[in-house]
Design a protein around this ligand. Sequence first.
Ligand code: B12
Ligand code: SF4
Length: 527
Amino acid sequence: MKILLYNPDNGVTRNFMPHLWMFLLQALTPAGHEVQLIDGNAQPMDEAQIAQYVRDQNIGLVGIGAMTRMIAKAYRIADAIRATGVPVVMGGPHVTEMADEALGRDGGPRHADAVALGEADETWPMIVNDAAAGKLKEVYTPVDVFGQERKPSLQNYPVIPWDKINLHQFNLLPKAVYPMLSKVGEGWGTFRIIPVESGRGCPYGCEFCTVTGFFGDSIRFRTNESVVNELLLLKARARSEKGQMAVFFIDDNFAINVKRTKSLLRDIIAAKAQVHWVAQISANLLRDEELCDLIAAAGGKWVFIGMESIDPANLKDVNKGFNKPGEYAAVLERLAKRNVYAITSFIFGMDNDTTGVAERTLEQVRTWPPGLPIFGLLTPLPATPLYKRLEVAGRLTRPKHWKEFIPFAMAHTPLKMTIDEAHAEVNYGWSHAYSPEALADAVDSLDDQPLGYRINIFLARICFRGIYFPMMGRFAWVKVIAENRRTIFKLVKEAVFGRKRARPRNPDLEKPYQEAVGPEVTSEASA
Ligand code: B12
Ligand code: SF4
């Protein structure tokens, strides 16, 4: 049977990173079937095109996965495919919580023939076998022999054949930047970000988050060996195609068990399996100096920190009181000392937020080492404690906000400002954190660092800017390049003519960087 796995586009960020679930389910598919993957972010298709594709390719089963924000698109695609007579199974965080909606049992139209609830590592082979036998059930739940919900162990994690998968569509480098990057060093033909998981689960239970409910508070890990081997595979591929391969450890809290994280990082270092990577780690776990040393030595370049707010009252409201705004600066300095920078995520529209929250937040951000601040709105995702609290309080203004998804729009009324004011705060945050002046400041603040670092922060900022100001089409790129021409000119000039390189803040810090990336990048044209 031919199976198509499809992920709808998010309408914003194009092909930034493939979705892991597709590759994982492909690797878990029983032998004898052919699995094709289409990521709508990389291969945009409308309903008619996908239906045509399914017919032309003689597909026998389609699997669709989606987050809440893409579910309306996912349903439209599913409807078009089902109209061709091909069965559709849906999975992922949204349909797990809203299975009746997908199956049309809530009075609305039906979109899926079957849904896979929760983690589908063990149910997917059953789904495929049932579909091949024409006996697809409506609901697949991961349960043990006693009918109790069962979370798959990650001890026998499959090998994802990253060395063979066609990743052409996920090259992030526009041709225009090749000349600049070739001056940084060899090996910049491609740049891809690949999702890798080392474990699942987070017990913290923040009120707005689906993770504790979905993956459970039972934390499970892959073996160190399996993660290390995956990194080695990726590293070898990057080398063979003369490109760069960075990894996004998608674990919700990569250091949730610090002892285990340290042991994994030590094994990565011992196996020389370092690639550049980013991971999500909560601020409280980054108090550990040894952990930070190991992160840097194992190739860690960016840490995503869910700071959410600089107001302890807000944090307490959303059950994230373990975040201590008073220590944010120290945490970021601790990382920056090791040349690791942070993606700092903030949520506006919390119950204690008042107008001016964006500027108050930015005042603090400006005193921190340069990073990538991102700003969102408090969003009641289905089945989260937040959703229930707001529903009970009658504060949901768009209870089924996913039916008509609007980016950066609230679905409930904040307590101390209006919805429009909350939207304006997010706009203020993005506009001011990603203005040409802010980008120039970020690059200048790394003046004592190798050129590679400064190009890195510049390109990262340009890409992150695209989360709020979509970079669709040539005109958007031309505009951004024109606005930032001074910084670009400065970097290009330095890449072409070099400059007298300032001493690094601490020469010892060069060591882990060189070990992580190899000599090609550090021999940049700065001398
Ligand atoms: C990586 C990630 C991202 C990436 C997404 C890009 C990418 N290419 O992966 C980035 C960092 C960009 C991102 C951004 C956002 N994310 Co995110 N993200 C994740 C994260 C950490 C990992 C996803 C993952 O790969 N998991 C591992 C795989 C194996 O798990 P899985 O996808 O759930 O798949 C399993 C099952 O669900 C099931 N399954 C999934 N799909 C399908 C399909 C079929 C057919 C079947 C049978 C089974 C099946 O089988 C899989 C194996 O068990 C998850 C949290 C998490 N741990 O999952 C949040 C998560 C998915 N993100 C979430 C959110 C809210 C967001 C944002 C909206 C945040 C924001 N406010 O901006 C943005 C939106 C991004 C966008 N523009 O679309 C929520 C989604 C909740 C929901 N109900 O939709 C999650 C669950 C985290 C949370 N805090 O609650 N995210
Ligand atoms: S720490 Fe992060 S992953 Fe864990 S519950 Fe809170 S927001 Fe979710």
